[in-house]
Design a protein around this ligand. Structure first.
Ligand code: FMN
Length: 187
């Protein structure tokens, strides 16, 4: 039987954060791999899939892991605004989350987080000799990584506002949500 849909903005807000938290732990959750869009200083736009690693509901922030040489890091250093787009066919919910992103500077925290990926298969993502996007003369999938220098870094995205869209036969609903405001919008 279909669950009755949530009516109270506060319940919807709580459910959004609960699902984001679940997405970090459940590799099958559709919100685990949002698209992150950034702009460069010449106003061109880039978007890419990332893994949602941590969610801090109290501080309203999201965390992703990346290679410090990647384009997205260069872009957010110059222009820290970004948008994460999430879609879940189970929830029938889209989130567009406007954020202000910073590169983690705290070396102790970085090292603690590195320990959580070290020795996992994704370690290799941060040990490639070439920076992401470097032109190659041929595919080098078998190439030995530069094992010494890890390029691991962490981006923390402070949530500014969320555009929530629900697709439903009962009528689509949309809202603009900030930490302390809720505004219903035409879908
Ligand atoms: C399912 C999936 C998950 C990904 N997760 C990450 C991630 O967590 N961090 C990351 O830097 N790149 C991740 N990537 C690779 C990015 O999409 C992108 O190709 C890479 O980061 C280079 O992007 P950039 O040059 O725009 O910085 C993922 C790709 C896919 C398909």
């Amino acid at each position: 039987m279909l669950k009755p849909r949530l009516e109270n903005p506060n319940d919807i807000r709580q459910q959004i954060w609960r699902e984001l938290e679940k997405a970090c732990l459940d590799r099958h959750h559709a919100w685990r791999t949002p698209v992150m869009a950034t702009t460069s200083s010449d106003d061109s736009v880039s978007a890419r899939t990332v893994v949602l690693r941590k969610v801090d509901r109290l501080n309203q922030s999201l965390m992703i892991f990346t290679d410090q040489r990647s384009l997205k890091v260069r872009e957010i250093i110059k222009k820290p605004k970004a948008v994460f787009a999430f879609w879940s066919p189970r929830l029938n919910w889209q989130l567009r989350v406007e954020v202000e992103v910073s590169v983690m500077k705290d070396l102790t925290m970085l090292n603690t987080l590195w320990q959580t990926v070290k020795d996992s298969p994704s370690t290799m993502d941060y040990l490639h000799a070439q920076a992401p996007g470097t032109a190659l003369t041929k595919a080098t999938t078998g190439q030995a990584p530069a094992t010494e220098n890890n390029q691991f870094t962490v981006l923390t995205a402070a949530v500014i506002k969320i555009d929530w869209l629900e697709l439903s036969r009962e009528g689509h609903r949309r809202a603009k949500i900030t930490n302390d405001t809720w505004e219903w919008l035409a879908p």
